[in-house]
Design a protein around this ligand. Sequence first.
Ligand code: F6P
Length: 534
Amino acid sequence: MMIANTRAWQALAEHAETIRARHLRDLFAEDHQRFVRCSLATDGLLFDYSKQRLDATTLKLLGDLADAADVRGWIERMFRGETVNRSENRAALHVAMRSSGTEPIFVDGHDVMPDILAGRARMRQFCDAVRSGEWRGYSGEPIRAVVNIGIGGSDLGPRMATTALGAYTHPSLQVFYVSNLDAADLAPTLEILDPRTTLFIITSKTFTTQESLTNARTARDWLLSEAGDAGDRAMAQQFVGVTANAAEALRFGIAPDRLFEFRDWVGGRFSLWSAVGLPLALAIGMNAFEQLLAGAESMDRHFRSAPAERNLPLLMALIGIWNINFLGAWNLSISPYSQSLRYLPDYLQQLDMESNGKSLTPAGQPVGVHTAPVLWGGAGSNTQHAYFQLLHQGGWLIPSDFIAFAESDYPLAGHHEKLLANCLAQAEALAFGNDHADPLRACPGNQPSSTLLLRQLTPFTLGQLIAAYEHKVCAQAAIWGINPFDQWGVELGKKLAARLLPAFEGNEAVSTDASTAGLLAWLQAHGKTSKGTE
Ligand code: F6P
């Protein structure tokens, strides 16, 4: 049944009429225990959702909605390795990739944990060899730089985590991430690298993604041209592949024993915990990487066992659905007050919008209600000087997720206190506004937000945080009745680009719409790649 046709949904719709007219100022004035009632302290973190525009009745009705959608059942089926990714007929077992392996996890009757643990051991062996200087390049030099070539889920997770955990990275091993087809990504990176001491990791689940293979070919050509007669050794020692498609990686020229494989039932945007995390593990070391896994696994245990009213990812999911589907807030602003987490919004954009940016159920039926929010954000306090004006006085209803840490990861005196004061002040100003006599200076408030506080940004707490958002996205998908693990919408653009490419490569005529044809003609007439004269 479409979720919008359930009694639970209709009860929330009726209830929303009441709440929509309330201001957060009133909700706090009438309940001095509101913060106590609407915050959750668990596993070393504090989740404060008291500045969300809801009350006890809202929470009760949202719990009923989760029951009506059988979120628990859906999540258990995912954890048990059942085929929750129906359109690709696959399980979705990113949780297995971070499991400590105490319990077997079966896919098609086969316990996958032994292979996962063996793969993790191979990552450790490789990371230790590279980080210790034992692993040598074609000229006998140790590795000093790693370049991960990948895009989307093969880039955003490890890139975000490597930056987040900058305080934990190896002092003399630099890790670079190249993703864009635009040569302005790879070229400047190669310009500063020494081919004798650079390791390339080609990360691609399919090993067919145009951006990654184009960058990989150029990097390979660069390395081989520099290595000269030692080309074979350079490929063997300085090119590894991370993929679920070994055949394609071997065809590219990656040596069989230089492949780190993962299975097709690990979704790209859920793959940080697999060998896709190899550049991160090289940066921070395997012990710290396994702490990241442990943090995520502890969130898995919490998610499966905590009751609804004390379940962090489920509360995040239900609050999101309340804001989107019942208060009409189509945006979600992610506000980490942490420069180290500056790539978290980019990562969450793919996790949330590529997972849930859908309007059909797996059976092809319209969901009938809005699904994923338009997710964006940036690191505070920078964002206060960018788009917070709109949040305060733009008139849009835009919920925010604030994230902050009690202790700084870079303890310079006189910084962290100010950062935290600004974080809390922004959430307060958005919620309560002011009653300034000058209308131009008046802030209406009633802008909802949640604030997630953790003690410090460590591999463990980062694992908790990412897993919480993963489970939030999956719980929302379960309620909307959509598949969060496929992404058919991205195929059309790829196909059209392949059709247009000959016009750029060989000036060939292609039949297309008048706008694209006009744009093409201008570029052919003006571009350096054009064969035409100026
Ligand atoms: O964006 C489409 C997508 O398929 C993502 O889901 C995926 O993370 C990305 O492209 C890269 O895919 P691959 O890891 O196969 O190169």
